[in-house]
Design a binder for this molecule. Sequence first.
Ligand code: BV8
Ligand code: ZN
Length: 244
Amino acid sequence: MASEVLKTFLKKDKRVAVLTGAGISAESGVPTFRGEDGLWKKFKPEELATFDAFISNPQLVWEWYEYRRKLISEVKPNPAHYSLAEMQGYFESFHLITQNVDGLHQKAGSKEVIELHGNIKRNKCISCDKRFEEIELTSKEMPPKCRCGGLIRPDVVWFGEMLPAEAINKAHELSSKCDIFFSIGTSAVVYPAASLPLIAKKAGAYLVEVNLERTELSHLADEVFLGKAGEIMPEIAGFIKDKD
Ligand code: BV8
Ligand code: ZN
């Protein structure tokens, strides 16, 4: 469990930044990208999560996202999501940055979640950039078309696309100014998100990794908790609760 050093960091005046990846939603039943049940096992990222793939095969890409949206609509946050929402209320400065597009952190009560890769529930027109919430899309066409005639796509960041400037800039800033940085449920291979723990470490933060297996980040972390986030995070949050 949490080492004596980590315990010294878990004080309410410490500035905390957290980066989560697909692994934190795994216990909710959302397949990860690169794990055994990985989404990419059945599909290949270059075939689906790129703009070119969408333009060359809009129906296939749209249906893949519809399949994921349906799956995500049927799952619930797990104890790891709830623990982070609880921790947010304890620390004076606590910011949650996610690579996930499933919205489960918000469902668990986390506030001001920084979504680096967008949100699968939102859509946008590739021509006029108009946003559409999922429910607004009534047409049976796959993918639906905007009134301007443009194709509508999921409002997520595909490979080769820029991340939302505000989100990544804020994430960079928070990572460079935190006392403790948690990297939870991410293989730490997708950039620029994967640079955030490195920025934090370089700026002197205490780097904690919580992941099912070791990653490219593990050798840099001050503490690595190998195991399920749904079991480890409640213990860490529980430690904080018992303190006061
Ligand atoms: C950009 C949204 C440039 C869509 C996603 C070569 C070297 C370095 C970089 C690159 C390169 N070639 C290309 C690049 C850039 C590329 C990149 O980093 N590629 C990687 C793969 C090498 N990055 C980009 O393209 C980014 N854009 O660079 O733009 C640019 C510059 C200027 C001008 C124009 C453009 C955009 C990246 C965003 C792509 N979008 N998703 C969608 O979801 O459909 S990425 C996708 O991967 C998800 O967002 C996901 O979150 C993300 C990262 O994966 P993880 O979350 O880490 O998930 P993964 O399955 O990998 O790992 C899960 C971990 O959890 C595992 O370690 C597992 O052990 C663990 N786990 C499992 N269960 C549990 C658990 N842990 C705890 N508890 C459990 N129960
Ligand atoms: Zn449009």
